[in-house]
Design a protein around this ligand. Structure first.
Ligand SMILES: [Zn+2]
Length: 237
């Protein structure tokens, strides 16, 4: 036996249905958040703590799904630290260690939950025109102390155009244009934010209605669960 060899461990595995269920769990937590927001019109209460709890829980499920996706794809993992199964963070760390050791990096698969999150919670980039390729122009001024050319980037004035100078060396006209550009970006961002917020509210109401429609089934299910014998009561086998 070599000193560096690890004791044999059972290979970890995550099934396809398990992965689907974790994504579904995340989506149901998103539904909870949407319903909670829609509740504000019907309940005069402050639910900010509950909202935060749901947010944290959803983040936890998202991590669990991403880590499970790595295991499901057979990503290389360094040896486990103990006898117990790894938590999501440990899976990421073990895969990171394996990649540093030369293994191929595997990314979590995109899930349905990711798509919903992007559509309902993420604002698009502030200024699409800024996403152009190629280097950004450099400031035309010289640094007073050394006389060398300033190495800062020229200020961005929106819609793909730049000033001749960085913010420090900008003249008043450039600074005014720069501030105007920032105001326009801020206004369009807050408009987009409002739109997203309205959309979440509308979908929250739809989900709320769907939930209310299934309440009769829920009550029936609760009764059925109550009728099932509990093993602690000595009922059944
Ligand atoms: Zn400059």
């Amino acid at each position: 036996m070599f000193a560096t060899s690890y004791p044999p461990e059972p290979a970890e595995n995550v099934s396809g249905p398990a992965l689907e269920l974790l994504d579904e769990m995340r989506i149901r937590l998103m539904e909870c958040r949407l319903v909670l927001q829609a509740l504000s019109g019907h309940a005069d209460m402050n639910f900010d703590e509950l909202e935060n709890d749901l947010d944290v829980a959803e983040g936890g499920v998202q991590n669990a799904h991403a880590a499970a996706s790595l295991v499901h794809q057979g990503a290389a993992l360094d040896a486990r630290w103990g006898a117990d199964w790894s938590r999501p963070r440990a899976i990421f760390a073990r895969h990171g260690a394996a990649v540093r050791g030369g293994a191929t990096r595997v990314l979590p698969e995109r899930s349905v939950g990711d798509r919903i999150e992007r559509a309902l919670w993420q604002l698009p980039p502030a200024d699409r025109m800024q996403n152009f390729t190629g280097p950004r122009p450099q400031c035309q001024s010289a640094v007073r102390a050394t006389g060398a050319q300033c190495v800062s980037r020229a200020v961005y004035l929106g819609t793909g155009s730049f000033g001749a100078h960085c913010y420090t060396h900008a003249n008043r006209h450039e600074r005014d244009q720069y501030r105007m550009h920032l105001d326009i970006v801020a206004a369009s961002q807050s408009e987009l934010y409002e739109k997203l917020s309205d959309q979440r509210h509308r979908i929250g109401q739809e989900v709320s209605e769907r939930w209310l429609q299934t309440r009769a089934d829920r009550r029936r299910w609760a009764e059925e669960v109550g009728l099932q014998p509990r093993s602690a009561d000595g009922g059944g086998e």
